[in-house]
Design a binder for this molecule. Structure first.
Ligand code: AMP
Length: 113
């Protein structure tokens, strides 16, 4: 299913892109929930984390190691941050293209609502 993130990937709609390579793309969330709110997505269309398979190991491993690099670039390394993956309806996922929310710049509350 094509989503708004496919349009961002194809540059059909603009986004504030902060990192890109051949596997993933990171851009600022349009509706930030913290002073820093970035989304990291795979270029491959994987609808939810629940749809990830062993074939996606390389992509997911690559993205996991990009998170600290991106967080450092965003100035979040020292004080920390949160990485969130919402999955399907109960998880509050609105866009069915896997994405990691990287949130920081303030003390975040726990537990989530
Ligand atoms: P989720 O609810 O986990 O599916 O998160 C989807 C996120 O995508 C939300 O935080 C939205 O604010 C964000 N979003 C939706 N459309 C855009 C867009 N065009 N550019 C940047 N972020 C977007």
């Amino acid at each position: 299913m094509e989503t708004v993130f496919d349009k961002i990937l194809s540059k059909e709609i603009p986004a504030d892109i902060i990192y890109e390579d051949n596997i993933c793309l990171a851009f600022k969330d349009i509706n930030p929930q913290a002073p820093v709110h970035v989304l990291l997505i795979p270029k491959k269309r994987i609808a939810t984390i629940q749809d990830a398979t062993p074939n996606d190991k390389e992509i997911l491993g690559h993205m996991s190691t990009k998170i600290p690099e991106i967080a450092t670039g965003l100035g979040l390394a020292e004080n920390g941050y949160r990485v969130v993956v919402n999955c399907k309806e109960n998880g509050g996922q609105e866009v069915p293209h896997l994405h990691y929310h990287i949130l920081g710049g303030r003390k975040l509350k726990w537990p989530p609502g």
